[in-house]
Design a protein around this ligand. Sequence first.
Ligand SMILES: [Zn+2]
Length: 266
Amino acid sequence: MTTPIRRQLAILTVPAFNDNYLWVIHDGEHAAVVDPGDAAPIQALLSAHKLRLTAILLTHHHADHIGGVPALLAQWQVPVFGPRNDGITAVTAPLAEGDRFEVPALGLALDVLDVPGHTRGHIAYVASSLDTSWLFCGDTLFGAGCGRLFEGTPQQMAASLAKLAALPGDTQVYCAHEYTLSNLRFAQAVEPGNAALAARMDADSAKRAAGQPTIPSTIGLERATNPFLRCGEKEIVHSLVQAGRLAQGAAPVEIFAALREWKNTF
Ligand SMILES: [Zn+2]
């Protein structure tokens, strides 16, 4: 018996709206789209690359992540993978943590993580069967930041981020927005002594100046520079206390909550 040769998988970046990224995973022939908030740029890309859509993957219910689903389904009869508990009626394959499934025609196995906080049923997808792992985390983890707490508690979000931070350091982080530079400005304000942060600001500023995305980042880079994964750092706690946003000796979840609140008004 011979082992079938799997075509090389690649990811295409599709900018949409002001600062969204829609992701297309493909093998040169078939494609799956992650969080298609808008159908038009996806249709254009599929047709330009002569790709056949085989699946839609959703992370949470916000319109800028699911708005293109009806138009895509009108042209392509494909399954819609998505969270079991986030109120998305279009989902045909409901998922929750512990589920593993194969993306139709791509032969790509994805593991599902529950990452509540931004919404109550938000999920993330991890592809760990590749040389380098991929993470599709929607609006949970961003470059140097994290999503707002619209439906969940600080406790939930902190636990969700800890789960993502525990993935291998070289995992590529495909989040859904280009917020990195604004997040880095906040990160530097709360942790000015972090040299890795200064280096990232230089590198990512250069990318944006050249019109390139700062995404994907990696879990390793986020661990080194993302304040929301670094709530235990002395300098971050000190900044919060100095700003009158935290009492001395606060619990980790209080530190996270204070940091998230500060970012909201930064
Ligand atoms: Zn969202």
